[in-house]
Write a protein that binds this ligand. Structure first.
Ligand SMILES: Nc1ncnc2c1ncn2[C@@H]1O[C@H](COP(=O)(O)OP(=O)(O)OP(=O)(O)O)[C@@H](O)[C@H]1O
Ligand SMILES: [Mg+2]
Length: 279
């Protein structure tokens, strides 16, 4: 479980806090989506979950973050990173090797994974992310989207209990983006891992996340079950967060028809609603 209590954080030499009194819990096996406008503090929050705040980024830290029973302030980053696998928003900052295969091996060797297990872990990661064909390629020859997939593969090879991804599909086309979310969903089903994703592609996110946290100016301004958070579509739009079009459609129809319609979060639900209206 991830348990964040009254967390405030101000980066060193900054005037304003990047996180303000954030309280948030994610149960084991949960899938939390984090949304919010640029500069809201999404990246800062996931840095605090992975422990790079406060271990790498200095600043004023108040409150507590507990990850899989470990307090992030008291626990060395090496121990935290065994529990939490993190894909950074800027994936190039986390890639350390010049070849794809070496990049995945690097983490496995660093974590002291037994040599007998390494080939299987390597194949598993490459195949689950759909990049087996990139295995022998140099990192420099890859597109941004391919590098993003390599970063994801190197993290899932480590089989962390908790996966945290900061805009993991930013460089990916719609088909690859969906593949990443399907992968996360299958890892969750197969291994019971906990997933936290910061994502702009809200329609996709809402299909997979069971809970959403909405951030604005360093605070979590709304959190709850995905459907309940989307029910406040007007409030989200006011923050500059686009809701899935099916959600907006169901709410516009509610207003137009003067009766309450169910909040649609995916195309199937919108179809059911439309058929109901036509019947
Ligand atoms: N390393 C840093 N040092 C100082 N200030 C920072 C640092 N990283 C982020 N900030 C500041 O903290 C605030 C929150 O930024 P953060 O990157 O967490 O937002 P975000 O929601 O992830 O934004 P985006 O959608 O653009 O990725 C911003 O005011 C930002 O300028
Ligand atoms: Mg960010």
């Amino acid at each position: 479980m991830i348990d964040i209590q009254s967390l405030s954080f101000t980066y060193k030499d900054e005037e304003h806090p990047a996180l303000r009194d954030v309280t948030l819990t994610v149960p084991d096996g949960g899938f939390l989506g984090i949304i919010g406008p640029a500069g809201a503090g999404k990246t800062t929050l996931v840095r605090a979950v992975s422990g790079v705040i406060p271990h790498h980024y200095r600043g004023d830290f108040y409150g507590s973050v507990s990850v899989d029973g470990m307090d992030t302030v008291d626990t060395p980053l090496t121990d935290l990173s065994r529990a939490v696998g993190m894909v950074f928003q800027d994936v190039d900052s986390q890639i350390v090797s010049t070849e794809v295969e070496d990049e995945i091996l690097y983490g496995l060797e660093n974590f002291g994974v037994p040599h007998s297990e390494i080939p299987e872990r390597l194949d598993f990661a490459l195949e689950r992310v759909g990049i087996a064909d990139l295995r022998g390629r140099s990192i420099a020859s890859l597109s941004g989207g391919q590098r993003q997939k390599v970063a994801i593969a190197s993290v899932i090879a480590l089989r962390p209990k908790i996966l945290v991804l900061d805009e993991p599909t930013g460089e990916l086309d719609p088909v690859s983006s969906r593949q990443v979310f399907s992968l996360l969903s299958s890892l969750r089903k197969d291994f019971g891992i906990t997933v936290i994703v910061v994502e702009q592609k809200i329609m996709l996110l809402c299909e997979f996340a069971d809970r959403l946290a909405v951030m604005d100016q360093g605070a979590v301004v709304r959190q709850g079950a995905t459907r309940d958070v989307l029910a406040g579509a007007d409030e989200l739009e006011a923050l500059g967060v686009n809701c899935p079009r099916v959600t907006t459609l169901s709410q516009l129809l509610s207003k137009r028809l003067g009766r309450s319609m169910p909040v649609c979060v995916n195309l199937d639900e919108a179809e059911t609603m439309a058929r109901g209206l036509m019947a």
